[in-house]
Design a protein around this ligand. Structure first.
Ligand SMILES: [Zn+2]
Ligand SMILES: [Zn+2]
Length: 154
């Protein structure tokens, strides 16, 4: 078994947020997920764990977490829906499939070298960046090609 390194109660306490069952549950869902989730997805996972929660509580909690930097809030490229992910304070990027909304984690950051170059060239201290890469995943690409082919036959 992997040792649990994150103590949610401690984390909330450190940020001055009162520890409630719902708050720790939301943190836990986000922390265990390897890709960002929408509030609705979090709400659905919560309903499995605890029955007495409503959507507005989820939104409110997520906004509190985002304001404390416990979670990172971003907007999905294609429909602008808010996505939330646990802030692991580590650097990573995702590929977003605009067909099925799947997020694929990429380990490498292609921006690092560019940052160094910019720092040298224009003396600009970069503190962070966002990179969004989107397109069609393997499954959706095959589906698209299959349906395009159907069209040709008509
Ligand atoms: Zn896809
Ligand atoms: Zn990066």
């Amino acid at each position: 078994m992997l040792e649990k390194t994150i103590n949610y109660k401690e984390l909330l306490k450190r940020e001055g947020i009162k520890n409630t069952k719902h708050r720790t549950a939301i943190l836990e869902i986000l922390e265990e997920s390897d890709s960002p989730k929408t509030a609705e997805q979090i709400f659905m996972s919560l309903k499995d764990k605890t029955s007495s929660i409503d959507m507005s509580t989820v939104y409110r909690t997520l906004d509190t977490f985002a304001s404390k930097n416990l979670v990172i809030k971003s907007n999905r490229v294609d429909d602008g829906k808010a996505l939330y992910e646990f802030n692991h304070h580590e650097h990573k990027h995702h590929l977003l499939c605009v067909g099925c909304h799947k997020l694929i984690l990429i380990e490498d950051c292609p921006i690092g070298e560019l940052q160094q170059m910019l720092k040298r060239k224009i003396d600009f201290d970069i503190t962070g960046h966002k990179l969004e890469i989107y397109g069609y995943c393997h499954d959706c690409k095959n589906f698209k090609m299959a349906s395009a082919h159907d069209g040709e036959d008509v």
